[in-house]
Design a protein around this ligand. Structure first.
Ligand code: ZN
Length: 113
């Protein structure tokens, strides 16, 4: 069972949450000044990585608040969740998406000793 750590409520089952697409998509400051191609790129073009992805999530069956998460697109493992406006806690480049952030950090601390 996959659990998501809502920044407001704590860990809950994935079934309580709704995916909201890629995070950190900035709306152009002057919509009238951009070309149709730039508007189409803003509206439709999204990353599709095989690995860590920054996403928007909504706790639809809980507090109903939006937050961001870093999730591995192959394993569905969540690295971290964070409130909108906070800096994304990005995983290291060698994160394979198997371990969560706390498990990964515990492993690297053990290896360092
Ligand atoms: Zn919540």
């Amino acid at each position: 069972m996959i659990q998501v750590d809502c920044p407001f409520c704590g860990k809950r089952n994935l079934t309580e949450f709704a995916y909201g697409g890629e995070a950190h998509i900035a709306r152009p400051k002057d919509m009238a000044a951009i070309s149709d191609a730039e508007f189409a790129r803003y509206l439709f073009t999204r990353k599709n990585p095989k690995g860590a992805h920054q996403e928007r999530w909504n706790h639809a069956m809980g507090c109903r608040r939006w937050f961001n998460a870093v999730r591995h697109t192959v394993t569905d493992q969540f690295w971290a969740t964070y409130k909108v406006g906070e800096t994304a806690p990005l995983p290291p480049d060698d994160w394979d998406g198997v371990l969560s952030k706390s498990e990964f950090e515990a492993t690297t601390e053990t290896e360092a000793k």
